[in-house]
Structure formats: C-alpha cells, structure tokens
Design a protein around this ligand. Structure first.
Ligand SMILES: NC(=O)c1ccc[n+]([C@@H]2O[C@H](COP(=O)([O-])OP(=O)(O)OC[C@H]3O[C@@H](n4cnc5c(N)ncnc54)[C@H](O)[C@@H]3O)[C@@H](O)[C@H]2O)c1
Ligand SMILES: C[N+](C)(C)CC=O
Ligand SMILES: [K+]
Length: 487
C-alpha cells in the first residue's frame, strides 16, 4: 500500500500496533484506492497513550520555556526540509491538489511550531500585584494532559495548530486524527521526536466517533480541543462539561461575503472563489453565502462563471491541477444531495451542478458550482455544505444585508468587499463572527487569532491568545508581616 505507516499509533516515542481495534482504511480520494490500513485504538491503547502523556508532562513542564521553544522550532525546520514529502502525503490522504498542500498544509503547521516556539520564552510570564505591604504574583501553568481531535480537511495543520501552543505551554497531548485522514499526524509525531521532544509528550492514536469519547471522558485528561462539526462539538463539549474540563471548539460555519457595488469586482470574485473552491470547498471558514449588490450582479456573475469554468480539475498529484476530489464518497453524496436540493428549491444554476465528465473515474469529484438567486430560506443558504458550492444572494441595503448575514446559528467568519473604508469597518463591526476579512478572504496566518462565535465554537487558535486556552493562572498571595486573626 502506497502510504502504509509502520503501525497505527505513536505512543511514548514509538510506533505501536494493536490489531484488535476495528480497521480504518485511508482512501486516496482521486481513485478510491486504499493507501493504508490501520486499526482504531482499543481502550488499552487509549490508556497507554494517556499514561505516557501523564508521565511525560511533568518532565516536559520542568523544561524552561526557551528549551521547549528550541525543540518546537527545530521541528518546524524539519517540517520545512520535508515539505514536499509531507505535502505529497497530505495530498494522498485528503485528495487536495499538491499545488495547495505544498504552500498551505505542512507549511502552516511549521509556522505554528515556529511561532509558539518563538513566543514561549516571553508569552508565558505571569504578573506581580502590589498590595501595600503584602503582594501577590501570578504564574501561567499548563493544564496537564490535553486531547486534540481533528477534522479531515487540514490534517497536518490541525495537528500542529493544537500541538504547538499546547506543548509550548508545557502540556502533553494525545491527538486523534480524523478516521478519514489518519496519516499526517503520525509524521508530525515522528518529527517532534526527531527534534528532541521527550517521549510521550505528543502521542497519536487512531479512531473514530467511538474512540473520541474514551479520550474526552478519561479522568486524567484536563482539556479537549476539537476541530469538527457543530453536532460533534455539542457532544464533546457536553461530555467535557460534565467533568468540568476545558474545551476549545473549532466548528463549522455558513459565513457571509458581502460585495458592495463600489468593490473592485475582479478582486471580489477572487475572494468569493477562494472562499468557496479552495480545498474543493472543504474549509470551515468558507464564505458560502455571497451577498451581491444588485447593481453589480450580472457583471459579477458572468465573470465568475467564466473564471469558475476555467478551474483545472484533475489528479491532485499533478502540479497543474487546481481542484481535486472531495475527501470521501460520503462527502460526495452529501454535496451532490445539496446541489439537487438547490435545483429543486428554485436556485438558478450558473455553472457546475454535478459530477465532471472529464475526470471522475472512481474519484469523488464534483464540479465547482455556483447558484444565483438564492434566498435566505433555501436549504443551501442555511446549512453547511462543505463542498465547492457557492450561493449568491441579492441585496441593496446595507442594514438589511447585515441583518441577513447575521441570521444564522453559525458565527465563524465573514468578509466585506468595498472601496469605502468607513463602510468596511462599520459593517465588519456589526457582523457576528470570530474572524473577519476586508477586501480579501480566508487568510489565516499564525499571528492572528482564529476561531468562532455563536454555534461555531469558542476559544481561539493561533496568536498569543491560544496560550490562554492551554494554561491557567495560579495566584500566590505573599504575606509580608504577621498573620492577623480576630480570635
Ligand atoms: N473551525 C475550524 O477551525 C474548522 C476547521 C476544519 C473543519 N471544521 C469543521 O469540521 C467539519 C468537517 O470535519 P469532520 O467531518 O471530520 O467533522 P466531524 O465532527 O465528523 O469529526 C471531527 C472529529 O471528531 C471525532 N468525533 C466524532 N464524534 C465524536 C465524539 N462523540 N466524541 C469525540 N470525538 C468525536 C471524529 O472522529 C473526528 O476526528 C465541518 O463542520 C467543518 O466546518 C472546522
Ligand atoms: C483554519 N482554516 C481556515 C485554515 C481551515 C479550516 O477549515
Ligand atoms: K483518506
């Protein structure tokens, strides 16, 4: 098999197998071929991983932040040296074109290790509080063993976005990748060990929706960071809350992009295409409701159609390919189902709308699709599709479009295209979302906080803000005189 790892799990610095676990197959989405066969973690493997993390965390937390940072930065360097190999693996596991994975996946993971490695020595400082004669100080301390659970769209990036701040702060992690894309996280674990990370500080175990709860409810786990859908988020946050555990929830969205009539239209089309077609539309923060001012509607749609029809679909391993398949057969069925619903509910199909003739074969391909004349009540305007399906809705009035953009349970992201700077800031100020872009879309450098509001989650990844979610404050009151008591 093309991408078979040494074993399913990586625990305490080495590969571990337990064939009693149910079989997990990674499928190359462009051909349907099985590229690796692994096993889900049994309860014994889960216990072993958590015990290893628990032991290693004490040792790791005793390193100075500078020493921890040095190891993370070394891991970032190794990731960059192996960028091609890691990107090829990501392409096999996810079906995303090599053109994307080579710039956006391991690279973004390396950025995160480098960033948190770099700020560890300064961003974990506590404070000193004068109290007259007495005084107090605060320390930012790690939580202990934290669990990361990943989605399948950015497997290596997600593993690093969770591991880097967690480890920088002195925690140990047990990471469970999505059962659909089990491979990349194992490579991250190997690289961290090679960079000098003590054994057990970062462990990877495989598993699905039956394995996740074993991790979440384990008494030795202090926190869970999930990237996944809203329904899974509700389950995981609920289970964690019953044991008063910390959570970070990076969940789904149905984000708006608002294009005003004074916008640079070519640029707005680029933003809308990036925010709907990158990674075959399988991006949480996608701007899948494109609100278009009616004054620019027909001009925008005709150029959008032209540019969308020029997208090169094909073998994701080919450098020329701009769009690959969806990640799985299940995802293909789901997306095709939404496209049919869009047609049935009366949206106007501008382009796409089915399986492409030229590529297909056994792969999970769908055409980049644009619907216009979409109304707020249509299913395709309300539910997260997670495929290359753009919904264009009309508007004329600013206050009205803001209210409509906010009329959703989600609140992950949003974007505004306009030449009027006052309007840009006024509008984003009123949009209910965690991350907003003005005159661009979907850029997520590690320096800026990323995360959702409303049902799209809570907590933030990236930037120094992420460290707050992997630490807690310890306060020490220092009495400088005699202890006074009334009795
Ligand atoms: N906000 C973000 O940063 C972000 C990024 C990527 C994807 N997403 C979201 O993820 C979704 C797509 O990914 P997916 O289909 O892998 O999501 P999913 O919710 O089906 O699965 C996510 C992960 O949770 C695990 N899981 C499932 N049930 C569980 C349970 N009861 N307890 C513990 N773990 C459980 C899965 O095995 C998987 O590893 C979309 O909704 C997308 O918007 C969000
Ligand atoms: C975080 N991001 C936007 C890069 C990928 C989400 O699916
Ligand atoms: K796969």
């Amino acid at each position: 098999m093309k991408a078979q790892p040494q074993a399913s799990h990586f625990i305490d610095g080495k590969y571990v197998e337990d064939t009693a676990g149910t079989v997990i197959e990674s499928i190359f989405p462009a051909t349907g071929e099985v590229i690796a066969r692994l096993h889900a973690a049994t309860p014994a493997i889960v216990d072993k991983a958590i015990a290893s993390a628990k032991r290693a965390q004490k040792e790791w937390a005793a390193f100075s932040p500078t020493a921890r940072g040095r190891i993370l930065r070394k891991a970032a360097d190794i990731m960059r040296e192996r960028n091609r190999e890691l990107s090829e693996l990501e392409t096999l596991d996810t079906g995303k074109p090599i053109q994307e994975t080579i710039v956006a996946d391991p690279t973004s993971g390396a950025d995160s290790l480098e960033f948190f490695g770099g700020i560890a020595p300064t961003a974990l400082n506590g404070g000193q509080i004068p109290l007259g004669g007495d005084w107090a100080y605060t320390k930012r301390v790690p939580l202990g063993v934290v669990v990361g659970i990943g989605a399948w769209n950015y497997p290596q990036q997600i593993a690093c976005w969770k591991a880097a701040p967690a480890l920088a702060a002195g925690n140990a992690m047990v990471f469970k990748p999505s059962e659909v894309t089990p491979l990349g996280a194992l490579k991250i674990a190997e690289i961290l060990i090679e960079a000098g990370l003590p054994k057990g500080v970062f462990n990877v175990i495989q598993g699905d929706r039956d394995t996740g709860p074993l991790l979440v409810s384990h008494p030795d786990v202090a926190k869970v960071s999930l990237t996944g859908s809203v329904p899974t988020g509700r389950k995981v946050a609920g289970a964690a809350a019953s044991q008063l555990k910390h959570v970070t929830m990076e969940l789904g969205g149905k984000s708006p992009i608002i294009v005003f009539d004074d916008a640079d239209i070519e640029s707005a089309i680029s933003g809308a295409m990036l925010g709907n077609f990158y990674s075959s539309g399988q991006v949480c923060s996608n701007g899948t409701r494109v609100f278009l001012h009616t004054a620019v509607k027909e001009r925008f749609l005709s150029r959008l159609k032209e540019r969308t029809e020029a997208i090169v679909l094909g073998d994701p391993q080919d450098e020329a390919t701009q769009m690959g398949p969806l990640v799985s057969h299940g995802q293909l069925e789901k997306v095709l189902g939404y496209i049919e619903k869009g047609k049935a509910e009366g949206a106007r199909l501008i382009t796409g709308g089915g399986i492409p003739n030229a590529v297909s074969g056994e792969g999970f391909y769908v055409q980049p699709t644009v619907f216009a004349d979409v109304t707020d009540d249509m299913t395709i305007a309300r539910e997260e599709i997670f495929g290359p399906v753009m919904c264009v809705l009309d508007f004329e009035d600013e206050a009205d479009v803001i209210a409509r953009a906010n009329a959703t349970e989600f609140g992950l992201a949003g974007g505004v295209f306009t030449a009027d700077i006052s309007r840009a800031h006024r509008v984003v100020d009123q949009l209910e979302a965690g991350t907003l872009w003005i005159n661009t879309y979907n850029l997520c450098p590690v320096e800026i906080p990323f995360g959702g509001s409303k049902q799209s989650g809570f907590g933030r990844e990236n930037s120094a803000a992420a460290l707050e979610h992997y630490t807690e404050l310890k306060t020490v009151y220092v009495g400088m005189g005699k202890c006074e008591a009334p009795y």
